[in-house]
Each structure stands twice: as structure tokens, then as C-alpha cells.
Design a protein around this ligand. Structure first.
Ligand code: ZN
Length: 460
């Protein structure tokens, strides 16, 4: 109780100080619910994020939609007034809500007027505890999830996915390497028992973090202890291990995209070796450096691509850094050559110290204005939960500063030590190619017709 009082005083006082976005009032309720409270920038408004530690990666390929389906089901109503009644109650409180299921978590995202924050938290709590999973509601939620995924999963779409035609280049590679499920997970086989099991095993206070940023109610800590503090904890479940690279993939492949067109995309995907210190920051800086190099080479010097880009993406337990360019389809080989030369030059000379410092300073400077307003701050805490410890989030600008040129050079050498994977996306035919193919097909038809005429005349 003494602790609560202290937090109440702090919450009141903190608003008058300049905002240090990395320090928060963070503590755990006795039932294990992690709270992150931050008096924010704007008055009269509160951003709420309830992060539940269950995502698609916690289930096998066939059952991957379970947490997503449950997320939708939780909006189906807490009494006989159903989904519409629930929405009406939120409207009456002047708030807005949504939810997202990712590979790693399920998060309820709410923007609320400050004066109704406790009533809105009540509504969120009733949705978690009082939703009735009737067969009718389950089948309606299934329809919604199916529609979100682009409608019914037809035989044709499944066939296209199996032929790698339905995936983006990086997703296609991830499937080939065994890091991602090949087919879209379906919902129609999922049962009420499975959904109840997910709610009972994962939707527990000791698997949740409640983030609140903004004009916080002074009585909030006591309120939270009385309400959310009454949720029953469960024995924690183990997350499934993330898949590692298990299969071999072709080093180079062309993926057909559409029937006819003059453009192509070149992707060169490289698995990032894990570095001991400042892993993410080092790769972020290298991404910036490589993107700048691509821009210099492919756009400014060679005029091959308007907006080449470098990107980081995670599949299963593996992170990839990719170099990408949108090109004219005849320029693919030339762009590959330019990228190859860039690699050779970087391996020989290392990173240019001046450019590296300039880009590092820019990345550090960006941290000063990257997160603006209550909602962005709440989203930031959500994305950075892995960097949270005892009331503080790690300061990315300090970690960026700590990356040395030597570290970045060594990471770059490790990155380029393996050939990586090249994926070229282009339509089946160019317009010229299609014209030739059509002309050829037409000639064949004409020849067949003439042959048939001659044959008819001879046999008459
Ligand atoms: Zn959804």
C-alpha cells in the first residue's frame, strides 16, 4: 500500500517535469500483471495497450489462426446485445478500440478520453472475462477472419502458394528455408475447445502487460489493483522454439509475377549473423549504410533504379538484411553486377568512416523526434518491451552511439561471407516477348490452316 501511495504521488508530480521517455512507472501486480504507466504529452487523452503474450508462432502451421480467431471472438459481445451492443458502449464512452495479432503477441489498442479511462478499462476487462463463446459467434468470427485473409482459400490460391506464386520474394525464401508455413492457415477446423484452451492458458495476468500513456487518473494504481489485480494467474506456458534454417534454398531464382510487363524487382537476401553487443543497432546502421550505397550506385551513378532500398525482416528465429531494387526487366543483370562490385569494394576497403559517422549521427538525431504524442509513445513501449527492465527502457540513441566502425566492418564481413539468396520477380513476358510469342503462335495457326487446306485438296 505504501508503494501504491508513492506511485500515486509520483504520477501527480511527473507531469510537471520534462518528459524522459525511457523512464516509466513500471511495476507488477501480485497476480503477475505487468503495468507500464507514463504521464504523457497531451492532456485529456489516454492511450492504452494491453499486450497478451500469445501470437501465431505459438501454434503449429495448421492452428496458427487460433489466437487471431480468439481476438475477433472477444469483440463478439459480453451480453445478449452482442457485438453491436459492445460497440455502442464504447461509442458512449467516446473511445476507439482495435486489436492486432502478430507472430509474437496479441494486442488490444485503445484511444480514450482521459475522463472515461476507468470505465473503458472496465469494458476491456469484461471483454476478457465475460465473452461467451457460442457456436454462432464462433462461426461469425471465422467468416470475418477468412475475409480479412482475402476471402475463402480456394484450390487455385493454395496451388499458387505451393508453386511460390502467392508469396512475396522474402516470404517465398522463408518458406523454402523452412522458416515459415507454406500455406495460409485456415479457420474452419478450429474448435471451441481449442479457443477456450487458448484463453485459459495464455490470457492470464502473468502473461500480460498493460501500457497506459497520457493524462492518467491519480487513482489509477488503486483501481488497477482492485480490478485487473483480481484476475487469476495460471502456470506459464512455454513458447514454441522459433524455427531455424532447416532446408536448403536455391541461391538464385526467378519468380513469375503477372503475365506481361517491362519491370522487375531484384532482391538479394542475406541472413544476419548474430553479434554479441548492440546486435540490432549495428544491423540498423548497416542497413542505412547499404541503402545509401545502393542509392548512390544504382540511382545516381548508373540510373538503373529510382528507389533502391535495404530492409531488415525476421522470419522464425532468423533475421535477414536485404538489398532491393525496382528495375527495368532488361537491367537486372547490370544491377546484379553493380551490387556485386559494391560488395567487393566494401570487403576490400571497408565502410567509409565519414559516411558511417554521418549516418550514425543522423540515426541518433532521429531518436529525438521519432516518437511524438501519447499514442506513438504507447506504441513505442509496446514495440520495445524486450528492452524494458525495472522502470526503464533502454535508450536506443546510447546504443547506436556505442556501435564502432570496427564493429560495423566486422559485421559486414560476416554478412558477405556467405553468398545469400537472389530472388528476381518479373512478369512472364515482356511486351516485346509477348508480341513475338503471339506472332509465333499465329504463324503456327496459319501454317496449320494452310496445311489442312492442302491436305483436304489432296484427299478430295
Ligand atoms: Zn483480424
Amino acid at each position: 500500500m505504501r508503494c501504491l501511495l508513492f506511485i500515486c504521488v509520483l504520477l501527480g508530480a511527473a507531469q510537471s517535469f520534462a518528459l524522459d521517455r525511457f523512464s516509466v512507472e513500471g511495476y507488477q501486480l501480485p497476480n503477475g500483471l505487468q503495468l507500464i504507466l507514463k504521464p504523457g504529452y497531451e492532456r485529456g487523452h489516454v492511450s492504452i495497450r494491453l499486450v497478451v503474450g500469445v501470437g501465431m508462432d505459438d501454434f503449429s502451421c495448421a492452428d496458427q489462426q487460433l489466437p487471431h480467431l480468439l481476438e475477433h471472438l472477444l469483440f463478439s459481445g459480453v451480453d445478449d446485445s452482442g457485438e453491436g451492443g459492445l460497440e455502442e458502449r464504447m461509442q458512449a464512452l467516446g473511445g476507439e478500440w482495435n486489436a492486432y495479432t502478430s507472430n509474437a503477441d496479441t494486442t488490444f489498442v485503445i484511444e480514450a478520453p482521459a475522463k472515461n479511462q476507468r470505465k473503458i478499462l472496465d469494458l476491456l476487462l469484461s471483454l476478457l472475462t465475460r465473452t461467451q463463446m457460442t457456436d454462432q459467434r464462433i462461426s461469425e468470427a471465422k467468416q470475418v477472419v477468412e475475409r480479412e485473409d482475402g476471402g475463402h482459400y480456394s484450390h487455385l490460391q493454395r496451388w499458387l502458394d505451393r508453386q511460390d506464386l502467392g508469396h512475396s520474394a522474402s516470404n517465398q525464401l522463408a518458406v523454402e528455408l523452412g522458416l515459415k508455413c507454406a500455406e495460409r492457415a485456415e479457420v474452419h477446423n478450429l474448435t471451441r475447445q481449442q479457443l477456450e484452451a487458448v484463453r485459459n492458458t495464455w490470457y492470464a495476468p502473468n502473461n500480460m502487460t498493460l501500457i497506459m500513456v497520457g493524462d492518467l487518473d491519480r487513482l489509477l494504481p488503486a483501481y488497477l489493483e482492485r480490478t485487473y489485480g483480481a484476475l487469476e494467474p495460471v502456470d506459464p506456458s512455454e513458447h514454441l522454439p522459433l524455427p531455424a534454417i532447416e532446408a536448403r534454398a536455391d541461391t538464385e531464382r526467378t519468380l513469375v509475377r503477372g503475365v506481361v510487363g517491362e519491370t522487375a524487382k531484384l532482391h538479394w537476401l542475406l541472413p544476419e549473423p548474430v553479434i554479441d553487443d548492440q546486435n540490432d543497432e549495428t544491423w540498423d546502421l548497416l542497413r542505412d549504410y547499404l541503402e545509401w550505397s545502393l542509392y548512390n550506385e544504382l540511382r545516381l551513378k548508373h540510373g538503373l533504379s529510382y528507389g533502391p532500398w535495404a530492409e531488415r525482416e525476421v522470419f522464425g528465429g532468423v533475421s535477414f538484411l536485404s538489398l532491393n531494387a525496382d528495375l527495368a526487366r532488361d537491367d537486372v543483370a547490370k544491377a546484379q553486377q553493380v551490387m556485386g562490385e559494391l560488395k567487393q569494394r566494401l570487403l576490400k576497403d571497408g565502410l567509409d568512416p565519414q559516411t558511417f559517422t554521418r549516418l550514425k549521427n543522423a540515426a541518433v538525431a532521429r531518436q529525438a523526434w521519432a516518437v511524438q504524442g501519447n499514442s506513438a509513445l504507447a506504441d513505442y513501449y509496446w514495440s520495445a518491451l524486450g528492452d524494458y527492465d525495472g522502470g526503464r527502457f533502454a535508450d536506443p540513441s546510447k546504443r547506436l552511439q556505442a556501435v564502432t566502425l570496427e564493429q560495423a566492418n566486422s559485421a559486414l564481413r560476416h554478412l558477405f561471407a556467405k553468398p545469400g539468396y537472389v530472388r528476381i520477380e518479373k512478369p512472364l513476358f515482356s511486351y516485346n516477348g509477348l508480341t513475338v510469342a503471339l506472332a509465333a503462335a499465329l504463324s503456327v495457326l496459319v501454317l496449320m490452316f494452310v496445311g489442312w487446306r492442302i491436305w483436304r485438296r489432296r484427299t478430295r
